[in-house]
Write a protein that binds this ligand. Structure first.
Ligand SMILES: [Zn+2]
Length: 85
């Protein structure tokens, strides 16, 4: 997992490169007050949600393409039978 998680502000994404990991609470340059452990947990949670939602979106897109292809082929079959009839 991301080694920068404890140093990344979960609110704005700013990375505190100078953060000493013995510090329990810190404030990011945009003024967000952060508990080191809680903040790291939130950063990891956000990353996880991003991955999950990205995967779900991909699957939904795939299904959409598949079902519209089915409709298209059904339509072209109807056209063919009209042409033959
Ligand atoms: Zn921040």
């Amino acid at each position: 997992m991301d080694m920068n998680s404890p140093k990344t502000c979960n609110v704005c994404g700013w990375i505190n490169q100078d953060l000493n990991l013995s510090v329990r609470e810190w404030t990011c340059k945009n003024g967000h007050k952060l508990d080191r452990d809680l903040n790291a947990a939130k950063v990891i949670l956000k990353e996880g949600l991003k991955i999950i939602s990205g995967g779900t979106l991909d699957n939904t897109d795939g299904d959409g393409v598949r079902s519209s292809n089915t409709q298209l082929s059904a339509k072209s079959e109807a056209h063919l039978s009209l042409a033959n009839g």
